[in-house]
Design a binder for this molecule. Sequence first.
Ligand code: SAH
Ligand code: SF4
Length: 399
Amino acid sequence: MSQPPAKAIVKPIVIKPTLNAAAPSSDGRKALIGLSRDELYDELEPFGVQKFRARQLWHWIYFRGAKNFAEMTTLAKSLREELETHFTLERPTASRADKSSDGTRKWLFRFPDGQEIETVHIPEDDRGALCVSSQVGCTLTCSFCHTGTQTMVRNLGAGEIVAQVMAARDDLGEWPSPMSDRQISNIVMMGMGEPLLNYDNVAKALKIVMDGDGIAISRRRITLSTSGIVPLMERCGEELGVNLAVSLHAVRDDLRDELVPINRKYPIAQLLDACRKYPGANNARRITFEYVMLKGVNDSLSDARELVRLLADIPAKVNLIPFNPWPGVAYECSEGRQIVAFAKLLNDAGLSAPVRTPRGRDILAACGQLRTESQRQRKSRPADAGDDVAEKALSPSVE
Ligand code: SAH
Ligand code: SF4
């Protein structure tokens, strides 16, 4: 079994929490997407727009998916024209859109400042998940993650996070917000970036996405994945009440320090303690522990036994993710039979442990595959490093 050289994969923890977010609109008009209800009222008040009219606007924007003010026929024509000169409802441009043979779609969205992120739609028979990005790049340097090799560029603003959902819905033709049979029934914050290191924007965006008179995706259908930013976990549970997924990936601190270097700051015991306290977690709403299967690194049956022991007193389920290799990476994916044996041990111990099926590989529907502006910012990957970076976080369990 090949084991990557441990020394070569240990990278320093780099966190730049002060990165600022959000590009201005392409023509200088103020973007309304991403404003809270109160902020929207405040913006519109100087134009003589009363609260009930502002509520109508909210409905047009987030329930009907209006792309411009001219469509808002319940508002006076003169008001629509005035709003059009001051405000915009623009979405990011899809610089690329691909569709996999399995139906998975990937968009490369470009913001007015030229930065790009990926958003992925993973359809299932009667539902579908949208994998949304929170940052351009990531400040954390998980050794098996391609996004972690990119230079962090900036946080996304709340509007840029919400606009990913809206632009995906535009493309899927899913307006007005359907009551049932949605193609985007679930949201997973599992795209590029660490959502809890851009907490304010992510929280603001998710509140807009959850608003019942709009996109209306309930907190029970939203999952936020974190590498373990312990101090923000409780707040996330209390304020947002979304499902939590935790990128555990190792059962010992020495190994997790290498794989997920933020572990040196918030080690396993602290992380699991925060999980025990996560508001709203119970046997009906379990915390998902993501565990990437790395051949000869973290996939032994004694690792599996230790995982069972660690999670014994937590309402937990495990998501085993076959590792997706990318050019230059030292890790390999565990053998299929090892993944099956690992999963069986967990299942026999009463831990649900589905194996995530890779989706959208043929269109490289993965984080860390940017080919244009953002790629030029990379520190350590060659310019052609967009080859088969297999899917990452692309087939979350959609519940
Ligand atoms: N930053 C957050 C969310 C984005 S990553 C986090 O780390 O949780 C979503 C999931 O994909 C995480 O569990 C991450 O560890 C996993 N992942 C990253 N690179 C991967 C790869 N090459 N193969 C398989 N899973 C990967
Ligand atoms: Fe960032 Fe998550 Fe990738 Fe780690 S796994 S580098 S936290 S995106």
